[in-house]
Ligand binder design. Structure first.
Ligand code: SAH
Ligand code: MG
Length: 215
């Protein structure tokens, strides 16, 4: 927990429903331990999408499709979404959800490891949502920067690691040290990259918002 629980629950108490279908899918995900974006993060994404009006969205980490379907709801009607997932158990569930929500024509699910698939993509995207394996973010970054259109927006989820990010390397359990070091490297790179303007937002599990400069 990064933010005081009472602030979090107050902020969340103001949230509106995402509609019956999406609320039910969120409930299913929570009950089946599928790690979907939190309420506060949903709200942030929705606001960003209404502001940015992207025509092409790329998501890394589909899970069962909740965030992709949420983005489809709040992006312009003619927006196309490409989303990547490698976990075989979740892929059929995501396909079924896209079908059930009538979004199969709009959302393309790429099945496989983002490390490989990102390298094969060639078009540019005006909104990228990074929500996969945290230790890999920094490795995806060269492809992400190549795929992000000038003026495009990159949102990354789970960057503050439940608060662990501020702890010293030595205070982190050994098994988490690699991911801790890599996330710090990711945040440093986002903050110092000449092509990006980035803000780190302590919301949900911590997110970053980066905009790619026009030139
Ligand atoms: N964005 C989703 C939640 C994604 S959870 C939502 O909010 O609804 C993160 C997902 O990333 C998991 O399902 C995991 O299987 C997937 N993932 C992790 N590493 C990956 C990789 N290298 N390539 C593709 N998918 C990956
Ligand atoms: Mg996440």
């Amino acid at each position: 927990m990064i933010v005081d629980e009472r602030f979090r629950s107050y902020i969340c108490s103001l949230e509106r429903s995402n509609g019956e279908l999406l609320d039910a899918l969120e409930q299913t995900a929570l009950e089946t331990d599928v790690p979907i974006i939190r309420k506060e993060t949903q709200s942030f994404l929705k606001t960003m999408l209404v502001m940015n009006k992207p025509k092409q969205i790329l998501e890394v980490g589909t899970a069962i499709g909740f965030s992709a379907l949420l983005m489809a709801e709040f992006a312009p009607a003619d927006c196309r979404i490409t989303t990547i997932e490698k976990y075989e158990k979740r892929i059929p569930l995501a396909h079924a959800n896209f079908e059930r929500f009538g979004r199969s024509h709009q959302i393309t699910l790429l099945e496989g490891d983002a490390t490989l698939l990102l390298g094969e993509l060639t078009q540019t995207y005006d909104f990228i949502f990074m929500d996969a394996a945290k230790a890999q973010y920094v490795n995806y970054l060269p492809d992400i920067l190549r795929l992000l259109a000038p003026g495009g927006v990159l949102v990354s989820d789970n960057v503050l690691q439940d608060g662990d990010i501020i702890e010293s390397h030595f205070a982190i359990p050994r098994r988490n040290r690699t991911i801790h070091a890599r996330m710090r490297e990711y945040l440093y790179t986002l903050k110092n990259h000449p092509l990006l303007e980035t803000t780190i937002v302590p919301l949900g599990d911590g997110i970053t918002l980066s905009v790619k400069r026009e030139a």
